[in-house]
Write a protein that binds this ligand. Structure first.
Ligand code: FES
Length: 95
């Protein structure tokens, strides 16, 4: 099962394959900013995401719009748009 690693909080969250990243964080009492409730519109749920393996996760069309609008770098991802399939490491400026 994939693991979401949060070094800032010394926390690892094991999830089932296909879990939504933002939902998993909130369920595990890790706050995620949002004003669109995960609809992929506000961009406030952005966090830094890196993958343990060489695997990467293509952006959804909705996330690509957000990336262009906010000029995000390659590691800045809309957590509400990410489906977890492998181990990843996440960081936020407000944790
Ligand atoms: S919660 Fe609004 S874009 Fe992710």
């Amino acid at each position: 099962m994939p693991v979401i690693k949060i070094p800032q909080l010394c926390k690892n969250i094991e999830v089932t394959d296909g879990t939504n990243l933002m939902a998993a964080l909130i369920e595990n009492e890790v706050p995620v900013a949002s004003s669109c409730d995960g609809d992929g519109v506000c961009g406030k749920c952005v966090i830094k995401v890196s993958f343990e393996s060489s695997e990467s996760l293509p952006r959804s069309p909705r996330e690509t719009v957000l990336q262009e609008k906010h000029s995000w770098n390659e590691f800045q991802r809309a957590s509400c748009q990410i489906v977890v399939h492998s181990n990843l490491i996440v960081q936020s400026s407000y944790w």
